[in-house]
Write a protein that binds this ligand. Sequence first.
Ligand code: ADP
Ligand code: GLC
Length: 482
Amino acid sequence: MHEVLYVTSEMYPFSKTGGLGDVMGALPPSICSKGIKTAVITPFYGRMNLDGHKLRLVYSDLHIGYPWPDTTAEIYHTEYEGLSVYFVARGEYFDRRHYYNTHSGDYFDNCERFIFFCKAVVKLARMQPSPPAVIHSHDWQSALVPPYLYFERMKDSFWSQTKSVTTIHNLAFQGRFSERLFHESGLPAEAWSLSGAEFYGDLNMLKASVAYSDAVTTVSPSYAQEILGPEFGCGLEGFLNSQAHKLTGILNGADYSVWDPGNDKFLPCCYGPDRIKGKYECKKSMLREFYMSDQLEDRPVFGFIGRLRDQKGIDLLIDILPRLMEKDVGVIVLGEGDLGYEARLLEYMEEYQGKFCVQIGYTEDLAHGIQAGSDIFLMPSRYEPCGLTQIYALRFGTPPVATAVGGLRDTITPYPAEDATGFTFERPEPELFFDAIMQAVEAWQDRDGWERMIGRAMRKEFTWDRSADEYINLYRKLGARI
Ligand code: ADP
Ligand code: GLC
């Protein structure tokens, strides 16, 4: 079998709702490029991007036995950047308009859907001639794989050498469901404990994953520290402290084959640190596309791209927007999420025509266009496990204004340091955010200083190559034979 097997509910370019998709589209190929046989298992969604990828049906009725004794899955396979990608298909679970939720909330059967997925992963891996050295699962949707593996290992020597790793991309999503679903999951009764899957009388899938994994990682060193305290621990801090010996933070990278303005199929004009002119062409084209005033061509324009949720601090931007609009600046927002935030932003667009624009929706090409066309990137997150958009913004020469939390703290060197690449503020409060924005506007006015800052930001490297080495070291420290 493969030496490292990744388990994930999304993988770019096939499926993506956010950073998890980006990470899973880049980390496995980086591991693979180091000569390690790598595979990914992910759901086969009805809405996937299969452009140009040939899928082969490898099992038409892999027996899963959940939720009914005779339930089966279809498994498809494709090669992608040297690795094997397996898709677990079952129409009733994954052929839907969205992956996890609609505007009215989470799908009612999310727990069943991902119990099914995790069981399919273990079954599929067990069908292979040899076991993987590492099974590495990501977030709550894949979180039952490590506990299943833990208990299988006790009965089946096939698994004796397989190590498990869990990565937490966002502790706020734990996969918490009723006790009934614990019994359905097939985990043994002993897993229903304070040190196992139980959490205040509920099944907590992410907690189970942490409990039964050989190692646990988060996506930045700062976040690995933060989740041990009450402010960011989402109620799990006590438990996580008991598991702290196996917790590390490994910073995400950026996939510069997708996110590099020097070679970006979505941009009207390419540019780089030594040929910055193209960035101003991208700005002009973005302003036209969003019907913004052309007077903004030589004024600072701010971009925001992200889920319109409390995590991302979009309410802070909404709070200060009227004040910001009194200044000679423009703001563009791309995102979707909370209907209340969407409505407020749309109202502001009416009120501040030509200076403020919001595009509700999820559009990959616009994300690239805004990264390139904005002068300054806004990221007032309340917490940020890593954050990829600010890493992309650095590469696109769009210094971020961000809260000094989690991965934002680990990736931005704040002004006025000599080697500054952006601006940070200490707490997610509107006043502090506004002040940091004003600081950025002032710095922007010193055109030479600004171009030096852009150059520094663009030359920063957050490669997957470095992160992949850290993961490989971790796998080897666990004793995995790779
Ligand atoms: P998170 O995973 O918490 O949403 P990240 O910064 O890690 O945040 O990653 C977000 C990813 O999703 C980036 O690739 C970003 O460009 C993309 N993204 C977020 N919102 C949108 C949107 N509305 N349209 C297009 N891409 C988006
Ligand atoms: C989560 C986090 C984000 C991180 C991403 C990829 O969605 O919210 O901070 O960058 O996962 O790890």
